[in-house]
Design a protein around this ligand. Structure first.
Ligand SMILES: *[C@@H]1O[C@H](CO)[C@@H](O)[C@H](O)[C@H]1NC(C)=O
Ligand SMILES: *[C@@H]1O[C@H](CO)[C@@H](O)[C@H](O)[C@H]1NC(C)=O
Ligand SMILES: *[C@@H]1O[C@H](CO)[C@@H](O)[C@H](O)[C@H]1NC(C)=O
Length: 482
């Protein structure tokens, strides 16, 4: 997503099978360089796929969303495995409940959808730190998106256990790429078809493509399709045309308008790509929600909101849209789509006005919110030092001198990541915000309680600043009280 140099991708196509008549034949999936197509079990094959991230949809809705994708005429889905979602602290794995990726893949398989799996370790995806666990920063000088963190990842994903039902294909930092590549090969075998994906331009393909991996491109409905596939042809003179991320909408940022892309534009571009015989994955087919603290941010710092609606053909709530039906009409012209009714949008219930009741302030509730008690330190510690990667940290000190006039309280190194609610003796004094407000005025007597409630608004998922300890080490030692 977001023309990210997508690290490693893997056509990890799961085989839909019928348990009663399981054939012993080994499923095969390959590239045909003569006929410019994929071959599945020897037959010419083209995927029309859609992205769906299980980590952005509660498990109870997985089946409904997958079924709607199937009924739109898709024959495959694409998903990411966010490493940090499955290993929140080192060695503590969670693959259950909403994190049960195995069950998600099984559902897709039962419905009749192949799966293109993008297992990371880095995924971008507008996801907190691009899927990398924040605890990697415990090693202060770690080089992210290199082979450094990948070593830990090897332990994390029991890929070898997933062998039984996969079709294979899928891949991408040069030593790191090769490292990851060898890792996947050792888990999945030589027959896996690995691919890379890059922006549809020669400069992206130049650094992204890796020898021995199939190079694909990604582009949206506003792009010149001929030029985009020419770029792919430059890297791959023969083989199937693949748009790995055809953008049905676009991501949002805090404070900006919701991104919208017209259904007609999407349908028209999809039609042109399919007419050329291309394989297309629509990113996103359903975006869903960034629950908890899982949203990412872009650089220069701009956090993504809770919603990952993406203006996708299925809304954040999984509802059908005009775009959904426009896409379905296009697909109908190229393959026989399943008969029967499309599952309806979920009924909604009007809850009426909900009255909110103020219970306590953060300062009053500290003993409940921070059950392990305060950490005392001469200098401020980062979120990572405190072993609290996400959420909020309250930094508390006292005014060293009496400020009877409005006195600047500043963070000259712009180290407040990302937003701090400042109060003196419980009275709000202002908000410091990364890149935006690096100085506010305070007044108060010497010894007054100075509170700075710092909010981590999400780690950057792509580009500069991905190593974010949250609260620069010198943020508050840099605070000057004149
Ligand atoms: C694992 O993740 C699920 C889904 O988010 C959650 O309900 C469960 O409590 C987690 N298990 C542990 C041991 O943290
Ligand atoms: C699209 O790109 C092709 C090939 O680069 C070029 O010949 C054509 O003029 C472009 N079309 C438009 C509308 O810009
Ligand atoms: C802080 O107070 C000074 C002196 O009253 C004033 O000049 C300045 O504009 C104030 N700064 C802010 C950010 O309010």
């Amino acid at each position: 997503s977001y023309f990210c140099m997508l690290f490693i991708c893997l056509f990890y196509l799961f085989l839909p099978h019928n348990n009663s008549s399981r054939s012993l034949r080994t499923p095969s999936f390959s590239l045909d360089y003569n006929a410019d197509c994929f071959r599945k079990d020897g037959q010419r094959f083209r995927f029309i796929s859609g992205s769906i991230h299980y980590s952005r949809i509660p498990r109870v809705y997985w089946k409904d969303r997958l079924l709607k994708m199937y009924m739109a005429g898709l024959n495959a889905i694409q998903t990411y495995i966010p490493w940090n979602y499955h290993e929140e602290s080192p060695g503590m794995y969670n693959f259950s409940g909403d994190r049960d990726v195995e069950y998600f893949l099984k559902l897709a398989q039962d419905i009749g959808l192949l799966v293109i799996l993008r297992p990371g370790p880095y995924i971008c995806a507008e996801w907190e730190m691009g899927g990398l666990p924040a605890w990697l920063l415990n090693k202060k000088d770690i080089v992210l998106r290199s082979s450094d963190p990948v070593v830990a990842h090897d332990e994390a994903l029991p890929l070898s256990e997933r062998r039984p039902h996969h079709y294979c294909s899928g891949g991408r930092d040069v030593p790191a790429h090769h490292f990851v590549l060898n890792l996947f090969r050792s888990h999945l075998g030589e027959e896996v078809v690995l691919f890379t994906t890059d922006g549809a331009g020669l400069k992206y393909l130049k650094c992204g493509a890796i020898q021995g991996l199939y190079a694909t491109v990604d582009f949206g409905p506003g792009s010149n399709i001929t030029a985009a596939f020419e770029a792919q042809r430059h890297a791959e003179p023969h083989g199937p045309l693949v748009n790995s991320e055809f953008y049905t909408g676009w991501l949002d940022h805090w404070g900006s308008r919701h991104s919208v892309v017209s259904p007609d534009l999407v349908a028209k571009s999809l039609n042109q790509q399919l007419a050329m015989g291309a394989n297309v994955n629509m990113y996103m087919f359903i975006g869903g929600t960034n629950f908890g603290y899982w949203n990412g941010a872009n650089s220069p710092y701009s956090a993504q909101p809770t919603s990952y609606d993406y203006d996708a053909p299925l809304t954040e709530a999984g509802d059908l849209t005009e775009k959904y039906f426009a896409i379905r009409e296009v697909i109908k012209m190229y393959r026989r789509i399943p008969e029967g009714p499309v599952p309806p949008s979920t009924p909604k219930y009007a809850y009426g006005a909900v009255t909110m009741k103020k219970l306590q302030t953060v300062a009053d509730a500290l003993e409940i919110l921070s059950f392990s008690g305060p950490v005392k330190s001469t200098y401020p510690q980062t979120f990572i030092d405190l072993n609290q990667a996400y959420g909020y940290v309250l930094y508390r000190t006292t005014l060293p001198v009496t400020c009877s006039e409005p006195t600047p309280l500043s963070s000259p190194l712009n180290g407040v990541h990302d937003r701090a609610y400042v109060s003196v003796d419980g009275v709000a004094a202002g908000i410091l915000e990364r890149n935006k407000v690096i100085s506010i005025n305070v007044t108060g007597k010497a010894g007054s309680q100075l509170d700075m409630l710092v909010e981590n608004m999400g780690r950057i998922n792509y580009g500069k600043g991905i190593n974010d300890f949250k609260v620069h080490e010198n943020a508050f030692s840099g605070l000057k009280i004149h």
